[in-house]
Every structure is written in C-alpha cells, then in structure tokens.
Design a protein around this ligand. Structure first.
Ligand code: IFM
Length: 429
C-alpha cells in the first residue's frame, strides 16, 4: 500500500470537452459534414454527445461517488470563440460555474486549454503552421484565464501535441488534413511557442498554479532483437514521438531528425516554462524496418505480455507505464499520469487493466517522488475520434440509445474502493 506523502497524491479521472459535451460546431463537426470522418457527430442522437454540457452538475456528483480529489477536463475553444475575436461570455460563465462547483466538492480542477479541437475559422485564418496561431491561442487563453484562471490550480496548455500533429499534418486524418512533414515541424514549433505565451498569461494571473503539457507516450519495441535496422528505426521513432518535445525543453530548440526525410533544427526560448509533464499512457507498439517509399518502417500490435488487446486492438502492457515514468525522471519535473485507460465492452478486462496499471503505479510512487497524480481515462463513455462512440472507456457506461443514462461499472466501483482504502490507510497512519 502507498504510504502517506507530504502533498496529497491526486487521484482523478480525465475527460475532454468535445468528447462528452455535445451541441457544438467546430473543425471536427465540419469534417463530419464533409463526410471526412466515418463517425457520427452529425447524427441527431450523436450530436448531443453524452450531453455533458447540460448534465454537468449530475456528472460532477458522479465524480464525488468515485472518491477522487481531482478532475481533468477541457474547455471547448469553438464554444468560447465561435467567430474569430468574438467571445461568448455565457460559455465562459458556464465553465466558471463548473470550476466553482468542483472546488465546492473538494475536487481540484486540472484544466486543459487545447484538446484536439478548434473553432471552424481556425485552420483557414490562423493555422498552426503559421505564427498567427500563437497570437490566436494567446488571446483565447487570456479570455479563459481572465474568467477562471484565479481558481484553477493545474493547467494543461496542450493535450498530446504529437498525436494531433501526426493526425492533422501527416496522416490527414484530422483537420486541417495535410500530409507534409515540413508544415508539421512548423506547426509543432508554433504550438510550443503558444504554450510559452499561455504559460506567461496564466502565471501572471495565478502565480502559484502549475502549468504543464500532456504528452502521449508509446513504448516502442523492435520486432527482432537481432536486427540492427529494427533497433535503429525504433530509436529514431522513440526520439521523435516520445522525446522531441521533452528534449526541446532541455535544449531550447526543436529538433526533428529522420535520415532521408528531414533534419529540422530551430532554437526556441522555452526557458523551462513548464511546471510538470502530463503522461498519457495507453500501449506498446512493435517496430520493424521495411523497405518502402512511404516510411521505412512498419508499426504493429502484438500480444507479447499475454495480457491481451483492447477493443481498439492496442496491446495491454502495464509495465510500459513504469518505463515512461522512468524516461521522464531525469527531467526533474513533477509528473502526473494525466490519462490511462482501456476501451473495452468487457468490464472484467477493464478491472484487470486497472489492477495491473495501478500496481505498476504503486511501484513508481515508491521509487519516484516526482509522481504526483493519476487520472483514469475516462469518467464516462465518450466520443473516440476516428472510431466514434463504440469505444467504451468509461468508468460509467453511457446508454446512448436510452436517454444517455449513466451506470457505474464494477471497474468504477473498484477504483472508488481503491481510493477509499488508501484514504483510510492514510488516516490510520
Ligand atoms: O480519447 C483519447 C483522448 O482524447 C486523448 N488521449 C487518448 C484517448 C484515447 O484514445
């Protein structure tokens, strides 16, 4: 069992605005209307998402049931600034009520400013590959921070920049739908510059809060130990996908190096403006070298640890969580596991997933005093981007066909009991 630490460990759940709120028009819904996604936000049933925008008070009661002491959620930029430069005060007022309610419930808000979605005007007028994006993000941040920044102790400026950049600038799966590594590098640069602007804005309003970035981390493993090409390519992918942003803060420079594809190096004054790393960890991937005109490698899932796959085909590999936390230890920064979870219709599998990952987490807490929190993804079932609503990540099931009713899953009860036991143990010692 975890012994008491000086500052209370944060136990939470994570969500993002677009994935649960419903009733909004943004770059993703625009793509849906153009038929560029196969999922269904346009459908009258699905357009309401889980209707969290209207049911947030009831959903916050669910947080309380889970015994958690922190909640990570995001604000929807498209709702706050539906037209460029025109801010919707009523949306900001609602987010402000949400923050107040969390504080009343004794739950620390961790607020994400950017979680994949944009207002409909954004990619046309101030796309991330243009420096104008930095100003646009700064103005939006200012409005949010003016309204609620004084009461939010933890901010994530940008969620999973690398995931979003690969989907939007390399695979063309997300808007703006580019396939261009050079634009990707510029967009990454501007996102980091935007983080710095946001950091300064937030700190000027609330000097004591913590501001970080949540990165997605994947454990890559070379397919054949004996093959030096597999190993080499694995190292390149690891340093790009997992470490590029982390190293940028160490070096004050963005560096992307991939032989024959690109060698990008540009100084940037990040100046250690980051109070913590958010760790989003889900799975391991296997890598092999492959002669191909597109990319010189292949990535695939394989069940090497015997824990099986999620409904999305991801390998369940709990030890990976410990590895990622070790990679980040040398940064000296506080760490929060800002996302970790499983898409499955089989709740027994979720329970097993949680048990395995929490046991690795306990080990990491013992060995790594920088680790300060763990947020399960997700509170309720939600919209999972490219696969829509069929991926079930929630500790509460959402019945989309039946009035969006929420029902606590056994895994949710397990998580609540787990936290309750820890609290009781702490109270006794
Ligand atoms: O649902 C996503 C979330 O938006 C970002 N991190 C990964 C989750 C599961 O794919």
């Amino acid at each position: 069992m975890i012994q008491s630490t000086r500052r209370p460990f944060l136990w939470g759940v994570s969500t993002s605005a677009f994935q649960i709120e419903g009733h909004v028009k943004n770059d993703i819904t625009d793509w849906e209307s153009l038929g560029r996604f196969r999922t269904k936000t346009e459908d009258p049933i699905y357009n309401q998402g889980a209707d969290h925008w209207n049911r947030w008070e009831d959903d916050f009661a669910l947080l309380k049931e889970l015994q958690i002491n922190s909640y990570r959620f995001s604000v929807e930029w498209a709702r706050i600034e539906p037209q460029r430069g025109r801010f919707d005060q009523s949306a900001l007022d609602q987010y402000s009520r949400m923050v107040d309610r969390l504080l009343e419930l004794g739950i620390k808000p961790m607020l994400t400013l950017h979680h994949f979605t944009h207002p409909t005007w954004f990619h046309e007028q101030t796309p991330w590959h243009s420096p104008a994006s930095v100003e646009a993000f700064a103005r939006f941040t200012e409005k949010v921070v003016d309204r609620i920044g004084d009461r939010v102790p933890l901010f994530v400026t940008i969620n999973e920049p690398m995931v979003w950049l690969l989907a939007g600038y390399l695979d063309a799966k997300f808007p703006p739908g580019h396939r261009d590594v050079h634009l990707l590098a510029d967009a990454l640069y501007n996102m980091l510059a935007a983080h710095v602007r946001a950091y300064d804005i937030i700190k000027s309003k609330n000097p004591h809060c913590e501001v970080g970035i949540a990165n997605n981390f994947i454990v890559f493993k070379s397919a054949h130990k004996w093959n030096p090409l597999d190993k080499k390519i694995k190292r390149l992918i690891h340093s790009f996908y997992n470490m590029c942003i982390v190293d940028a803060f160490r070096d004050n420079a963005v560096r992307i190096k991939f032989p024959f594809i690109m060698d990008y190096h540009k100084p940037i004054a990040l100046d250690d403006k980051l109070d913590f790393w958010g760790v989003n960890y889900y799975y391991r991937m296997h890598v092999r070298f492959k002669l191909s005109l597109k990319y010189p490698f292949e990535l695939f899932f394989r069940d090497r640890s015997g824990s099986g796959f999620t409904d999305l085909g991801w390998e369940i590999y709990a030890r990976g969580l410990g590895k990622v936390l070790q990679w980040l230890a040398p940064t000296g920064k506080p760490l929060y596991v800002t996302e970790n979870g499983i898409a499955t219709q089989d709740d027994a599998k979720r329970l097993q997933y949680m048990t395995q990952h929490l046991s690795i987490l306990e080990e990491s807490i013992r060995t790594n005093p920088q680790l300060r929190g763990y947020y399960y993804w997700s509170l309720i079932d939600n919209y999972e981007w490219l696969v829509g609503y069929k991926a079930r990540f929630g500790l509460y099931e959402v019945d989309y066909e039946n009035g969006l009713q929420r029902t606590l899953r056994p895994s949710g009860r397990f998580f609540a009991d787990y936290i309750r036991n820890l609290n009781n143990t702490r109270a006794e010692t």
